[in-house]
Design a protein around this ligand. Structure first.
Ligand code: ARG
Length: 562
């Protein structure tokens, strides 16, 4: 039962087809103040069609519309304002949630079509950066949301596991490395070796040649080089997996750059055949002059391929393997040029599906206004940041609820949830200021606030002896109305979050829902009056269900107590 759809229908019947249903749907607004009703229709467009003043039209429409679904219809200025039949809509939505439970909000927009999502994609032997964290968290939320609107998702971790830096690392490891140390602390050790290589190469430039030689050996399939590379990759992945486990995220594929090594000949050959390659100082490029962009580098003078070549091969591979309806790349906005070039080159190759590739870009993570850097030793290791968040959450919990069982597990859910929510609550394109104290507060726009509200609701249900039923009754019609309206908006919010690839729509929705509920809770004694207790608990159950499901979409867990 959709109030907006019903309003469209009523207007349509009054207007003898002078406006299409879709037009009506688009024009309907939500009044800023609740006292102006639940929906409003502005009559300016009709005023133009009928050459009449809009106030007059609004008055006529208001008088004419008559439906059991509306409590009241009134004209205010040029608007027709509608007040929904609260009892009817309340009963309907609570019934729906109690019946559908966690599938509430699902829609089949995607019709089971496939979406590939390129996310996280850190570089082997380098620290997992704040940018990779953002990509992981945003990408995972978008994937969850895509599933909620009926798509099949393929989460791909396009590891940066190839490139000249591996030659350097091999040289450094053989000169100064220690196996046990790398095993104990892979990323930290490998990074130190890499840094040392650069320092020493400044004094002794022949090291660079040696590095190049080793990378060449790797590309030529030399066993010793390959074994080292594989080991670096494996050890790095062990470090990364711990982060993924903390975040509760898994992937369908770890095919990184190296996976495309044997798929690049075809790409270069195809570009040649389609006459798209130009020689430039010995290198091969695709020019993008008409597009007003710098050329896309395909092959270096020494015959080696580049990041872009690998991404061309990957895009084609993904299309041929997954037949995607959409292919998303969740990567920071500093790579916008790369993805624009990629898409143009594929279009020039005649791949019309390139239109369905989308770069989902995002801003930087800042600390006190500055980029959180991973360069030159002053590394902010992400795992340490997450552990710090968990530690702080644990302190907060001990203070608030010293007797809590499972404290460690809950601290993990709250600490990690706080970091994720903080990342997702604003438009992804903005930079985010990283402040652990802010994100861990139990009040305000934080993950812990939503989790805490959820836990309160859980305990209310338990205390009140709620038993699940979809046979609902309605109480507190006026006091609960804003909550009901919010619940009715859930599905639409999920769809909009998908259409704009914007998880912050859901984060904001959850904040509003939790606030509205807490206001209601402050005014109503939910367990106080026996007669209405079960009916009120149905509302509690519905809000709890939606909070939990919304958090799940963001990739955040909702503990039952905290
Ligand atoms: N490894 C790259 C980096 O850390 C990100 C890769 C993104 N995905 C892609 N298909 N290019 O910057």
């Amino acid at each position: 039962m959709d109030g907006k759809q019903i309003f469209v229908q009523s207007l349509f019947e009054c207007l003898d087809g002078n406006l299409e249903e879709e037009q009506l749907y688009r024009l309907i607004e939500k009044p800023k103040q609740a006292k102006m009703g639940d929906l409003a229709f502005p009559c300016f467009e009709l005023a133009r069609i009928f050459r009449k003043n809009p106030q007059e039209i609004a008055m006529q429409l208001a008088a004419e519309i008559n439906s059991i679904y509306f409590e009241h219809v009134e004209a205010v200025g040029a608007y027709v304002n509608v007040f929904l039949n609260k009892a009817l809509f309340t009963e309907n939505i609570l019934q729906q949630i109690c019946k559908e439970k966690t599938s509430f909000g699902y829609s089949n927009l995607g019709k089971e079509r496939a979406i590939t999502i390129d996310l996280s994609s850190p570089n082997i032997a380098k620290p997992f950066s704040m940018g990779h964290l953002r990509s992981t968290v945003i990408g995972n939320a978008i994937a969850n949301i895509a599933e909620k609107v009926g798509y099949k998702t393929i989460r791909i971790n396009h590891l940066g596991d190839w490139g000249t830096q591996f030659g350097k690392l091999m040289v450094a490891y053989q000169k100064w490395g220690n196996e046990a140390q790398v095993r104990a602390n892979p990323i930290k050790e490998l990074l130190q070796l890499y840094i040392r290589f650069h320092e020493e190469a400044e004094v002794d430039p022949t090291l660079n040649d040696l590095g190049r030689q080793w990378f060449k050996r790797l590309e030529d399939g030399d066993t010793q080089a390959e074994q080292l590379w594989e080991w670096f990759r494996e050890e790095s992945l062990k470090d990364f997996s711990r982060i993924y486990e903390l975040l509760g995220i898994s992937f369908d594929s770890y095919n990184g750059e190296a996976f495309y090594n044997d798929k690049m000949v075809r790409v270069v050959h195809e570009l040649q055949q389609k006459s798209l390659l130009t020689e430039s100082e010995g290198a091969k490029v695709v020019t993008l002059e008409e597009e007003n962009l710098p050329p896309c580098l395909i092959q270096k003078r020494d015959g080696t391929t580049l990041y872009a070549t690998r991404d061309l091969a990957a895009a084609i591979y993904r299309y041929e393997n997954y037949h995607f309806a959409e292919s998303l790349y969740v990567v920071g906005n500093e790579q916008t040029l790369h993805f624009t070039q990629l898409s143009y080159v594929l279009q020039k190759m005649g791949y019309s599906w390139a239109e369905n590739m989308k770069h989902i870009s995002f801003g930087m993570m800042l600390k006190e206004g500055k980029k959180m850097s991973t360069r030159k030793g002053k590394v902010v290791l992400l795992e340490e940041v997450l552990q710090e968040a968990i530690q702080l959450a644990s302190t907060n919990i001990t203070e608030k609820n010293p007797l809590l069982v499972n404290k460690e597990k809950v601290a993990r859910q709250v600490g990690v949830g706080a970091v994720i929510f903080h990342d997702l609550k604003n438009d992804r394109r903005n930079d985010v200021d990283f402040s652990l104290e802010d994100m861990l507060r139990f009040e305000g726009e934080t993950g812990p606030y939503i989790q805490y509200t959820h836990a309160r609701l859980h305990s209310l249900l338990k205390k009140g002896g709620y038993h699940e039923t979809d046979n609902v009754s309605v109480v507190d019609i006026n006091k609960a109305w804003l909550i009901i309206r919010r619940l009715m908006a859930f599905q639409d919010t999920v769809m909009r979050a998908y259409n704009e690839y914007d998880p912050s729509k859901i984060a904001k929705y959850l904040i509003e829902l939790a606030r509205e509920f807490n206001k209601y809770y402050a005014n109503v004694r939910i367990l106080g009056d026996e007669e209405n207790k079960q009916a009120r608990l149905q509302l509690v159950y519905s809000v709890k269900t939606v909070l939990k499901e919304g958090l799940r979409l963001l990739g955040i867990q909702a503990p039952d107590a905290m």
